[in-house]
Design a protein around this ligand. Structure first.
Ligand code: PDD
Length: 284
């Protein structure tokens, strides 16, 4: 039995009902977060919950809980479900109301749902690297919002999967933006490049951790985008996300990145990242 958080209470998954009038269902009118759990402990949860509130504010939604209360919900889900290594999924929709594009008036109660799941670290991908496929970035212009509207991301990921790749390398107007569910980084002559945190990407929490690690390690990092053509010339490429951590990219569209094996700078960042998480699960 899996315990979820729904309708202001902890409840078994099987007993949950969702309204057909939920605006998340009609319009993708909601926001979400994915928070990593290591060794039964939340990782960078404050940053994720803060970003959830920022997303809510950007789409003019109110969350009927405080940051502290959501943190407590996440901890309780870990405890009740016995999560060791996994993640919390947390989403808020604008609520349930007969279908109209404009917001319901008067406002209805937002629907808050959360669950916790065991999910091992992708150790093979982290060790060996992954292949990506370039896909045109056709998403809307507010990718900074962690919205439930993910059709552009879903189509990009599917295109990558159909080409036996695990992620899409998205590019818009010639510039590499991010992955379908990750941030992208390129390394040339020891300098790391990544798209600036504008409206065209999600400012990933793992991205921010990596920015901090670069500073600690004295690695030069430029928040500057690189072009689709430059991606093929990079010495190294890697992606980051809550679940993927720091994953090397070893090929783009079937062309090798560098020698086609994870590079030295990526390895250095992976080692530094591993020091941030409980040692008992590193190398699990
Ligand atoms: N995805 N960019 C996009 C479009 C994302 O969906 C994600 C995360 C990231 C990385 O953000 P973070 O480091 O905060 O996880 C970047 C999550 C994991 C998901 O949708 O499952």
């Amino acid at each position: 039995m899996t315990t979820y958080f729904m309708d202001d209470q902890f409840t078994e998954r099987e007993g949950i009902t969702i309204s057909v009038d939920d605006r998340g269902y009609y319009f993708g009118d909601g926001i979400y977060e994915v928070i990593k759990v290591y060794d039964g402990e939340l990782y960078t949860a404050k940053e994720h919950i803060e970003r959830l509130f920022q997303s809510a504010s950007k789409v003019k939604m109110t969350i009927p809980y405080t940051e502290g209360q959501l943190m407590e919900v996440a901890r309780e889900l870990i405890a009740r479900n016995g999560i060791s290594v996994g993640h919390i999924y947390l989403q808020v929709t604008r609520g349930s109301s007969p279908r109209t594009h404009q917001f319901p008036a008067p406002a209805v109660a937002p629907v808050v749902m959360a669950y916790a799941v065991n999910n091992p670290r992708p150790v093979a991908a982290i060790a060996d690297g992954v292949a990506v496929k370039s896909v045109e970035d056709i998403r809307w212009l507010r990718c900074d919002i962690k919205s439930l509207n993910l059709l552009g991301n879903v189509l990009a990921k599917q295109e990558a999967y159909e080409a036996n790749c695990v992620e899409a390398l998205l590019h818009r107007d010639g510039a590499v933006t991010e992955g379908s569910s990750s941030n992208l980084f390129g390394i040339k002559n020891g300098v790391i490049y990544t798209h600036p945190a504008t409206n065209l990407i999600l400012n990933g929490i793992t991205r921010r951790v990596v920015l901090g690690l670069c500073q600690d390690l004295g690695i030069q990092l430029e928040e500057q985008s690189f072009t689709f053509e430059e991606a093929f010339e990079m010495d190294e490429l890697f992606l980051t996300s809550t679940t993927a951590e720091v994953t090397p990219i070893i090929s783009v569209d079937g062309r090798k990145v560098g020698p086609g094996t994870p590079g030295a700078v990526t390895r250095k960042l992976q080692e530094a990242f591993a020091l941030q998480i409980p040692t008992s699960i590193v190398g699990e």
